[in-house]
Design a protein around this ligand. Structure first.
Ligand code: C2E
Ligand code: CA
Ligand code: CA
Ligand code: CA
Length: 275
């Protein structure tokens, strides 16, 4: 009988069960993290051709009391799955806008832009416009200095709704960047119709510029395309001089990556880049 039992298809998978328990625990902890103020924002500099800071991207971290700093890729997918991305995303928008307005006060001569990541699920919410408008109004920050980074996963939505939402926020002055460009499935006709300000070249292409001709070609093409569509283009994941030079020679004007600065706490960014 034991043998038979062993050969039966097993519906109870202890690994899967562990996974579910792990997820449930994490969801609960993430919910608590919001109220316990364990979420924090790091900021990574974005620089121009002269290497001068022109903006920052806000990047979420979870400062877990036991586990330490947890990177977003380990909890954002879960937050999206559970809907927690809505309160988390709203917290990010409020915190980031507040920070921008503090910086504008403390460093009035820095022409600083702030880029904020927005997940598709968050953008799709009926209240998204209001959340953004509120974050801007409450912080007293200048909408024209705020850029929302969207990803190509929005393509699954109705293009008309997407355009209408972007247009409404553009009326406030908010700018839009298409993140991770080249990794998704957006067609050129889609890209042409979206009212964007900037394309962000994904770091997977930037990484191999030096040793992969295809990636170098893709990067060149993206830059050219951005210019044809009258969009700014920023490269992310710039780690060395060779990548920087290649991008510069091919017409890219904005850069972000470890070569210029890692994501860091606000005080460090002030000390190293704003003061
Ligand atoms: P992303 O928006 O594509 O952000 C770029 C990621 O590349 C960041 O990882 C950044 O730390 C990392 N990075 C920057 N420069 C370099 C470099 O030179 N080399 C390498 N290897 N990596 C570099 P991070 O902070 O772990 O964030 C990962 C992803 O999590 C982000 O990818 C974004 O999709 C998501 N994310 C972060 N913050 C938020 C947020 O507030 N809301 C939402 N919805 N997503 C967020
Ligand atoms: Ca981003
Ligand atoms: Ca990216
Ligand atoms: Ca990404």
């Amino acid at each position: 009988a034991k043998e038979k039992g062993r050969n039966r298809i097993c519906f109870y998978d202890p690994l899967m069960q562990e996974n579910i328990e792990h997820k449930t625990t994490m969801e609960h902890e993430l919910r608590m993290a919001l109220s316990k103020e364990e979420l924090i924002l790091f900021y990574q500099p974005q620089v121009n051709l002269e290497g001068k800071i022109v903006g920052v991207e806000a990047l979420l971290r979870w400062n877990h009391p036991q586990k330490g700093l947890i990177p977003p890729n380990t909890f954002i997918p879960l937050a999206e799955e559970t809907g927690l991305i809505i309160p988390v995303g709203s917290w990010v928008l409020h915190r980031a806008c507040q920070q921008l307005s503090e910086w504008k006060k403390d460093f009035p001569h820095q022409p600083l832009h702030l880029s904020i990541n927005v997940s598709a699920k968050q953008f799709q919410e009926a209240s998204f416009y209001e959340t953004v408008a509120n974050a801007i109004a409450l912080s007293g920050s200048d909408a024209g200095s705020i850029k929302l980074e969207l990803t190509e996963s929005l393509i699954l939505d109705s293009i008309h709704e997407t355009i209408a939402k972007i247009e409404a926020l553009r009326l406030l002055g908010v700018g839009f960047s298409l993140d991770d460009f080249g990794t998704g499935y957006s067609s050129l006709s889609y890209l042409k119709r979206l009212p964007l300000d900037e394309l962000k070249i994904d770091q997977s292409f930037v990484r191999d510029i030096g040793h992969d001709n295809n990636d170098a070609m893709i990067v060149k093409t993206i830059i050219e395309m951005a210019h044809n569509f009258d969009l700014d283009v920023i490269a992310e994941g710039v780690e060395d001089k060779e990548q920087f030079n290649f991008l510069m020679e091919n017409g890219c004007g904005l850069f972000q990556g470890y070569l210029f600065g890692k994501p860091m706490p606000p005080e460090e960014l002030e000390r190293l880049f704003l003061a």
